[in-house]
Design a protein around this ligand. Structure first.
Ligand code: SF4
Ligand code: SF4
Length: 164
């Protein structure tokens, strides 16, 4: 069986790559005048829309208490076992509150299941995407880092109500 070789004679211009260089330069020039989608981070920050799923946070009511009633549903639904809740009794009307509430941010995959399942709108996905840790312990966020005033989360809560 004979093998037929495919051969193409290149022109002189093709041999010295001039057309390809011109094509590349013209593409660069065209792109220079198109609208830019990149930001000079960290000087310029990305401000996400209400639909964005950043790190999960706990809603802090105006009186300073967490909205959470420590039912544990978020912890049970979390696919990466990132949430730990310890319930305790309280004199408040809600009767139970999370004595301890921790999210391991290394494990969290930002799926939003915790937010979806919470019957109290007590845990929501925030706009915070800036997280840095130097060790595993720092990545475990307790109530001190998780509680965010309700006013700062209102647009996310409104967004969730719109699509429920
Ligand atoms: S966003 Fe998903 S992975 Fe992260 S804590 Fe909530 S349920 Fe768990
Ligand atoms: S955040 Fe919501 S789902 Fe999780 S324990 Fe608190 S009330 Fe229950």
């Amino acid at each position: 069986m004979s093998v037929k070789r495919r051969e193409k004679d290149l022109t002189l211009l093709e041999k010295i790559y001039i057309p390809e260089i011109v094509k590349g330069l013209s593409l660069t020039l065209k792109s220079m005048f198109k609208p830019k989608f990149t930001l000079k981070y960290p000087e310029e920050k990305f401000i996400p829309p209400a639909s964005y799923r950043g790190r999960p946070v706990l809603v802090q009511e105006k009186d300073g208490h967490e909205r959470c009633v420590a039912c544990g549903l978020c912890s049970r639904v979390c696919p990466s076992l990132a949430i730990e809740v310890q319930a305790a009794e309280t004199e408040l009307e809600k009767e139970r509150y999370p004595e301890k509430f921790e999210i391991n941010m290394i494990r969290c995959i930002f799926c939003g299941f915790c937010e979806e399942v919470c019957p109290e709108e007590a845990i929501v996905m925030s706009k915070d995407y800036e997280m840095a840790f130097t060790n595993r312990e720092e990545a475990i966020y307790g109530k001190d880092k998780l509680l965010v005033p309700v006013e700062q989360l209102q647009d996310r809560i409104d967004f969730l109500r719109k699509y429920k």
